[in-house]
Design a protein around this ligand. Structure first.
Ligand SMILES: Cc1cc2nc3c(=O)[nH]c(=O)nc-3n(C[C@H](O)[C@H](O)[C@H](O)COP(=O)(O)O)c2cc1C
Length: 150
């Protein structure tokens, strides 16, 4: 499986960086080929066609998904490049999961109609370095991906 992690964060070395490092590590341990790319709202996302799975996510700042990822979905060719793609979503935020599911995940999902969402997860601050939580997310991702291949 070839996987690309598309992410955004305003913080270098913060929660999101820790989270995507661990997601990448767990995927690589399972035999996947993994690359990471930080989103830019003006980017060209044609390269996603070279990947089987797009893992996409960002933190929440002031109730909104981090701006370069949202900008990429709204202004660049990212949305069209994700058509018919298999996607795993993640968000890192401080709000309770219920609020995040209602307010934050839809910001991404409303722009992903036509894609297949393999797994989605809200990571609380204490979960971004938790190996077992992240291993569970990656296992679910791989399991759903393999089921779709059968
Ligand atoms: C300026 C700022 C605004 C934030 N606003 C929200 C928010 O509206 N809702 C929320 O759930 N978390 C909010 N958070 C928490 C972050 O989403 C959370 O700490 C995230 O893991 C930070 O990721 P980062 O370390 O990659 O920047 C905010 C954090 C910061 C620093």
């Amino acid at each position: 499986m070839r996987a690309i992690i598309l992410f955004d964060s305003k913080t270098s070395g913060g929660s999101t960086d820790k989270l995507i490092d661990l997601i990448g590590l767990k995927l690589a341990e399972s035999g996947a080929y993994v690359e990471k790319a930080k989103c830019k709202s003006t980017g060209d996302y044609s390269f996603v066609k070279d990947f089987d799975v797009v893992i996409m996510g960002a933190p929440i700042y002031y109730l909104m998904v981090s701006s370069e990822l949202m900008g990429a979905l709204l202004q660049s060719n990212l949305k069209s490049c994700l058509q018919n793609k298999k996607i795993a979503l993640f968000l890192s935020c401080g709000s309770p999961e219920l609020m995040a599911n209602l307010l934050y995940l839809p910001q991404l999902k409303l722009n992903l109609i036509g894609s297949t969402i393999l797994v989605e997860k809200i990571f609380a601050p204490d979960q971004v370095s938790d190996h077992s939580v992240i291993a569970h997310y990656v296992d679910e991702l791989i399991g759903t991906y393999k089921k779709g291949q059968e």
